[in-house]
Design a protein around this ligand. Structure first.
Ligand SMILES: [Zn+2]
Length: 364
């Protein structure tokens, strides 16, 4: 590989491969949260007009640019996300190829594929599916056993054990942070300046919960069974019952009003006017725990600590910026996965550098 032509060809190949994989990741990002199969329908289709997209309009990077981000059939806008995912995957595949021996590069290609799916699903849906997190953890342990260099060892058994322990560390350490955060800022009180209308509407296993202009899924507010949501109402109708000046005491599956408890399964709609809302606030979701486990399985225990640290730091900085320039958001959902992924990618490329720098700091 000292031959520059070879080097260029392999680099170009990894970029194109990355773009093609990115195109596939887009399919996973679109279909996994809504439980559509990846294989059926086999062809990609336009999210708007459902028209199957012919292969020549489905070339990674090129097609989105050539069609200027719209569907050739109905003209609907195709999200910029499609181009972004393909480009990010292509660039990461190229950078990984340039930096690591080929066995490690292949493992890291698999790793960043999981990271990208998790990141973009979390951005849109505020969840990271088990297929990404548990799937990523299993893939990480398997990759480590196949390429022990990932865990800085040369026996498969040691690599597998290290990978497993790092995954466990990722899960446990974030669980501790989550529980501690729960005690520190367990709930959030929101007072409205004016009486604000709200509506709770049953939808399948879940419900839509709209307060003023904020719309969210009921399940977004509850992370565990004992979480409570309090809603102080001027007036409220629960199906056919009406109440005045009442505080509704919600659990995920039930509501209590004036000592009268109803299972939400038996309720279709709750609507009224509220003055105050107390929500259980979760710093992060359960998916993040398993996501950090997957990061540990691929990158080792140091990366767990680093990703958590770097992710929290970036999260706080961005949180501060949105606090200063953005409109106040009180929603309970906060994607943390993208920050963890940022920390993980930083470690993957620069972890060795950090370690040397830190080592030099300790022993001058
Ligand atoms: Zn279309």
């Amino acid at each position: 590989m000292h031959d520059p032509t070879h080097k260029f060809l392999f680099g170009a190949f990894s970029f194109v491969l990355g773009a093609a994989v990115g195109s596939f990741l887009n399919v996973c990002i679109y279909r996994w949260p809504v439980d559509l199969s990846i294989n059926r329908p086999r062809r990609s289709f336009c999210p708007n007009c459902k028209q199957a997209i012919p292969w020549h309009q489905n070339l990674p990077l090129i097609s989105w640019l050539a069609l200027r981000g719209s569907c050739a059939n109905c003209g609907a806008k195709i999200s910029f996300r499609y181009l972004a995912v393909e480009l990010v995957t292509a660039l990461l595949f190229l950078a990984i190829w340039e930096m690591f021996p080929w066995q490690m590069a292949i493992a890291y290609w698999i790793f960043v594929s999981f990271l990208i799916i998790g990141t973009f699903i979390d951005f849109e849906h505020f969840i990271i599916p088990d297929r990404v997190t548990i799937g990523g953890t299993i893939a990480g342990i398997a990759s480590s056993m196949m390429v022990p260099a990932l865990m800085g060892t040369n026996t498969r058994l040691a690599a597998g054990v290290r990978s497993f322990l790092a995954a466990a560390l990722g899960y446990v350490i974030l669980w501790i942070v989550l529980e501690a955060g729960k005690i520190a800022f367990g709930r959030k009180r929101i007072r409205f300046d004016a009486p604000t209308s709200f509506k709770w509407t049953k939808r399948d296993d879940d419900a839509d919960f709209v307060v003023g202009t904020e719309q969210s899924l009921w399940s977004d507010y509850f992370a565990r069974e004992r979480d409570r949501l309090l809603l102080t109402c001027d007036e409220v109708g629960i199906d056919h019952h009406t109440y005045e000046n009442v505080t509704l005491d919600f659990r995920y599956d039930r509501v209590t009003a004036e000592g009268h408890m109803m299972m939400l399964d038996d309720v279709t709609q709750i609507a009224g006017v509220t003055r105050e809302l107390v929500i259980p606030r979760e710093a992060m979701g359960r998916g993040d725990l398993k996501f950090l486990a997957a990061i540990g399985a691929f990158l080792g225990w140091r990366a767990v600590l680093f990703s958590l640290f770097a992710g929290s730091l970036l999260g706080s900085v961005i949180g501060l910026i949105t606090l200063v320039v953005g409109k106040p958001v009180w929603s309970a959902k906060l994607p943390f996965g993208p920050y963890l992924a940022f920390g993980a990618v930083t470690w993957m490329f620069f972890g060795g550098f950090f370690l040397r720098w830190y080592g030099a700091l300790l022993s001058p």
